[in-house]
Design a protein around this ligand. Sequence first.
Ligand SMILES: C[S@@+](CC[C@H](N)C(=O)[O-])C[C@H]1O[C@@H](n2cnc3c(N)ncnc32)[C@H](O)[C@@H]1O
Length: 324
Amino acid sequence: MNTTFVPHFSPNMEVQISNTERNALLTIQEIVRNSHPGYVYLEVGSYLGGTLYPHLADPACQQIYSVDLRPASQADERGRLFRYESSSTDRMRTILSQQLSTESMSKLTTFDADLADVSSDQIGRLCDLIFIDAEHTNRAAFRDFLNAYPYAKADVIIMFHDANLIFDALENVESWLISKKIKYDSFVIPDNLFVIVMGIFIELGTPIFSQLEFDKKTYFHVARQTLQDYHGVRALRLYASWCLIHGYRRQAARIHQYALRYTTLNRTNMLEWVGDTHHDKQVFDKIERFTVNKQAVSDSHGPIDRLRNRLAMVLLGWLERLLR
Ligand SMILES: C[S@@+](CC[C@H](N)C(=O)[O-])C[C@H]1O[C@@H](n2cnc3c(N)ncnc32)[C@H](O)[C@@H]1O
């Protein structure tokens, strides 16, 4: 192993993780490369290759598998859509080739696919280090884990990004490991990395990660509340827009204020707040029906009302897209 090499990110490449997370990933790479020279790295979700670079550059890394479905857009647990139209494996390879030698690039095998559609003939080697950073929904993250696990060595570190969004998937991962009686330890590392260690990495990683980690229970609790708040504020902003479009300016301003100092949303406390007049209740019922079924908004009579509602529907559709 080249002991003079220091793992690093490329200063010229975009990476979709924070500086704190970069440092954590480099620390993990150090642990793996020092104990398992010739290590194999699997990444699910590579975008333009920013998180592949440190392993491609590392002479201690022998083989890299990058699996990226390359959808035009992807969702996350906030209901937001992220567009990735300009990302392609060709573009990623071109950017990486500009920074790295041909020898480094020869370690890279790419799949334009979901991991479920990649076979064990194609991923021929078991992996020491796995990074799951694809679609940040619970369903996808848990599925990626189940599909990646067969490629894990007994000594493995499995990392997830955006633990603050996929905490339910992570709790399922832990339940699954427990049900299979697989020995592991896990850590939440700032900002939002979830790290699972197995085999020898329990011994090697735990002393380091336990100094860096957040308290897992508190982190998951706060993440859940923050996500609920996000959805609540989003619903309130839509509601305020609906009121504004329908000329209920006073209510729109109040709801906007409420959204600003919002903590948690449920129908009861929202009704308590908005339901102080019969009129407000009617407005609330309308918006609630709108959420369930957009057709329900066109429940008024007369051509002007119908025209106004049609306009409101167009504007709301536009606002909804903006809020994603
Ligand atoms: C957050 S980005 C990855 C960022 C990258 N790791 C970095 O830090 O630079 C997520 C990537 O997951 C990919 N993706 C979305 N759905 C996927 C799936 N089902 N399987 C594999 N990759 C997927 C997207 O194409 C996108 O490139």
